[in-house]
Design a protein around this ligand. Structure first.
Ligand SMILES: Nc1nc2c(c(=O)[nH]1)N[C@H]1C(S)=C(S)[C@@H](COP(=O)(O)O)O[C@H]1N2
Ligand SMILES: [Mo]
Length: 196
């Protein structure tokens, strides 16, 4: 895994914790994952359905807009492209909004990204991880258990929705939680796209 520090970032060995609101407490009974928006039919997955999907293991770098970068964390998760196979998208869907819990609201947090940037092995809904200092382990609730999105490193980590609850498919780009507050729509760390 190439270690390239984007402009204005510093390297951290530790994995910092950053979010708004309380940590979501997982309850398998009430948890589900929704695929909705510009789709022919809404698809709802139980935790069992979700965890049966094909998995992928990938080592990625994370870049937080607050200037820390963590290199070389290995994640196990479900690629976003596997979820796309489960829905019938309307024509011209080009963006997604990835939702997660915020203060008890399952759609309280979200982040927008172009769909075509998220079709690789580095766009994962993750639930296990390891790194140089840690053996394989479940994701901690503070990092997004039971599943959280990890975006490709061409996006700042706020696009990595914790406690993920669904994907809304969209024809047009729409601002997410931080984007509404003035952060970048495109958010490429290597171009230092922090604000808009
Ligand atoms: N649901 C939710 N996901 C979230 C956030 C949040 O506030 N709520 N914060 C984002 C931000 S700003 C960052 S930098 C990363 C931090 O992930 P970490 O705490 O696992 O390092 O989570 C992102 N995902
Ligand atoms: Mo962040």
């Amino acid at each position: 895994m190439l270690k390239k520090l984007p402009p204005g970032q510093f390297e951290t060995e530790k994995w910092p914790i950053l979010h708004v609101g309380d940590i979501y407490e997982f309850d398998e009974e009430t948890w589900d994952f929704q695929l909705f928006g510009d789709v022919k039919e809404v698809v709802t997955l139980t935790y069992q359905d979700f965890m049966k999907l094909p998995k992928c293991v990938q080592t990625v770098n994370m870049h937080c807009v607050t200037t820390w970068s963590k290199f070389g964390t290995t994640f196990k998760g479900i690629p976003l492209r596997e979820l796309i196979k489960l829905v019938d998208l309307e024509d011209d869907v080009k963006y997604v909004q990835i939702y997660g819990y915020y203060e008890g609201d399952r759609f309280g947090y979200c982040a927008n990204m172009p769909l075509d940037a998220l079709l690789g092995d580095d766009s994962l809904f993750v639930y296990r991880w390891k790194d140089e200092h840690h053996d394989w382990q479940d994701l901690d609730p503070k990092h997004g258990y039971p599943v959280r999105f990890i975006p490709p490193e061409s996006f700042y980590l706020w696009k990595g929705t914790k406690w993920a609850s669904g994907i809304r498919f969209m024809r047009d780009d729409e601002a997410g939680f931080w984007e509404e507050l003035g952060y970048s729509m495109t958010a490429n760390p290597f171009k230092e796209e922090r604000y808009r």
